[in-house]
Ligand binder design. Structure first.
Ligand code: ATP
Length: 584
């Protein structure tokens, strides 16, 4: 097939903003394409040469394309650069420049075929290492030498990664269904795409085998599946109305990871289907050890966890790994990510997406052995509102966004956002405006860079009525290295073999200190907590109060004795005022 035919369609598609017209044009195009070339045509129409997840980068530098245009047209660098300034789109520059060349009677060679364009683009993407720059230039020269002005426009836009046709994936799905299937069969086309994330392959199968062939488009290791998404519901009550007895899972606030495993290797895909394997070497290694079967696809949320406090950290803390070639290992060692698994979609060749949530979760449990970096997402199956509410509080206190509730009998609907999975987030985030002064009553052994000192401190408020100290947070943020390594000296004099009798704690610290040192702490808010003992039972049975995301302000309150610390009653007051502020 001639590339010029494709370009004629592109011109028309570009000229319309109406989705229906666009779809019609694509239908006409797809019906004309020989089946053995439709895969290539679909990729080219998406402005690429492979499915997105394959990570094949064309992205030639604009400077380099300018040089090629100057060479092919004989116009020289300066006039091309001037044209670029004027038009701001290298595709249009190419079109104009080739037109000028034609007027100068330098005729193009043989008409370009789709195959030739696709192969040369492939060679451009593949060229690597020494001499690759020249190889890329040569392949592009070959194309532009023979290109008509309109063809040059789209070739250049494709190589610089700015095709801009405005055709969405779903428009292509619609067009493929209209071209090769009946209306009733559209869902099957969509499902094939959702499962394979590869429109080129879906098109190839449809064009060559018809709708019946789509059974061949299977979930495969190495090829990501579109993620199942959640609807939002405002209350637990509505959740139960919709789902009945259901599974509640922590909604971790990190990055969704779809992990593909074979004996040979591990690949990690993001929710946008990018291959992000190289950014997370610690996950690659950890899932290798944790996964017990031959091959499979498992899914979860990756969250950076403070090695000292066990607190979840914002994902931004590790986002600088993106795009790095070097140093990622060191970053991973310093602040590792933990993967919280919630699904298993494929196991030893068997597609599990049509199995129920309950079955998949059981299979996940059977096939993964937890380790330090790979854990199961916390889950609670219940139909009891009070129980679910407590679980929600635990999630918030541990740094999660809320809960995701899942229908026990639901299948995995790739790419769908529906009410089989619903998310429950807080509709408020109360700000903690005032600092508190807490007493240090224990220490946790430092890890990683903090080995050799206390990596986090157990802090307590004073309970006047009982004359005891009740824990309210584990504090590991806000300390300089110098300060951290002065801890053994600072707390050594107060170290005890056992918990101090006036300290009331459900957490087991690595070292206990007599309550003496008071420090100032600011958190994001005060929350209910099942693990901290401050004001235990005052608001709700089995829940105490805790400071969420606590940070040392830098101020030691040497002027205060332990009994002068913030009291449990004051914490209660602050919590109630916080609630009131939210309601107002
Ligand atoms: P939000 O910004 O609320 O996360 P979103 O549009 O990014 O919205 P949603 O579908 O609303 O995505 O929420 C689902 C996301 O929550 C998932 O994509 C996943 O990354 C994350 N998540 C965290 N924990 C879970 C869990 N246990 N089960 C499913 N998804 C989870």
């Amino acid at each position: 097939m001639k590339y010029g035919i494709l370009v004629a369609f592109y011109e028309k598609i570009e000229a319309t903003t109406k989705r229906l017209e666009m779809t019609d044009l694509l239908v006409q195009l797809f019906r004309q394409v020989p089946p053995e070339e439709i895969r290539e045509v679909v990729y080219l129409t998406e402005g690429r040469i492979a499915p997105d997840y394959a990570g094949v980068e064309l992205g030639l530098a604009e400077k380099l394309v300018i040089r090629v245009l100057a060479q092919v047209t004989g116009l020289g660098d300066k006039p091309i650069e001037a044209l670029w300034k004027e038009k701001g789109d290298l595709g249009l520059v190419a079109e104009t420049a080739i037109q000028e060349r034609q007027q100068a009677a330098i005729t193009a060679g043989e008409a370009l075929s789709v195959r030739k364009v696709f192969d040369n683009l492939g060679a451009i993407a593949e060229a690597a290492g020494e001499g690759s720059q020249q190889a890329k230039i040569d392949r592009l020269v070959e194309l532009l030498r023979d290109a008509q002005p309109g063809e040059a426009k789209y070739i250049v836009r494709t190589v610089v990664g700015k095709m801009r046709l405005g055709v969405a994936d779903m428009t292509i799905v619609d067009a493929l269904a209209a071209a090769f299937a009946t209306k009733a069969e559209k869902d099957a086309v969509e499902r094939a795409y959702n499962v394979s994330s590869d429109l080129g392959d879906v098109a190839r199968v449809l064009a060559s085998k018809g709708i019946g062939g789509l059974g061949d488009v299977k979930l495969q290791v190495g090829r990501p599946i579109l993620s199942m998404l959640c609807e939002r519901v405002p209350t637990l009550q509505e959740t139960f109305e919709r789902l009945g007895r259901c599974a509640f899972e922590y909604k971790y606030d990190g990055l969704r990871m779809q992990v593909h495993l074979t004996r040979k290797g591990v690949q990690i895909f993001s929710r946008r289907l990018e291959n992000i394997t190289s950014q997370f070497p610690e996950i690659v290694e950890a899932v290798r050890g944790a996964f017990l079967a031959k091959d499979g696809i498992i899914e979860g949320e990756g969250v950076p966890v403070d090695p000292n406090t066990g607190d979840f950290l914002p994902f931004q803390e590790v986002s600088h790994r993106r795009g790095r070639k070097f140093g990622v290992e060191a970053m991973a060692a310093e602040l590792p990510v933990t993967l919280f698994l919630f699904d298993c979609l494929l196991l030893d060749g068997e597609d599990l997406t049509m199995r129920t949530y309950e079955e998949r979760r059981q299979i996940l449990k059977d096939v993964v052995r937890e380790n330090e970096r790979v854990k199961f997402a916390e889950v609670l199956v219940t139909d009891n509102e009070a129980e679910a509410e407590r679980f929600f509080e635990c999630a918030i206190q541990q740094g999660c966004e809320g809960l995701v509730a899942k229908a026990l009998d639901s299948v995995y609907e790739a790419g769908a956002r529906g009410y089989k999975w619903v998310k429950l987030k807080r509709d408020y985030q109360a700000a903690m405006t005032d600092t508190v002064d807490l007493v240090v009553v224990g220490g946790f052994a430092g890890r990683g860079k903090r080995a050799g000192t206390w990596g986090a401190l157990l802090c307590a408020a004073y309970d006047k009525a009982a004359d005891t100290f009740k824990t309210a947070c584990k504090l590991g943020t806000g300390f300089s290295d110098e300060l951290l390594f002065s801890f053994p000296q600072k707390f050594g004099p107060y170290a005890l073999e056992h918990r101090h009798p006036r300290v009331d704690s459900e957490l087991e610290a690595d070292a206990w200190f007599a309550p003496n040192v008071v420090l100032e702490v600011l958190g994001s808010e005060i929350t209910l907590s099942p693990v901290h003992t401050a004001a235990m039972g005052a608001i709700r049975e089995g829940s105490g109060l805790a400071i969420r995301f606590p940070r040392f302000t830098g101020r030691w309150r040497d002027d205060k004795k332990a009994e002068d610390a913030t009291t449990v009653d004051e914490l209660l007051d602050m919590y109630r005022r916080q609630l009131k502020a939210v309601k107002e």
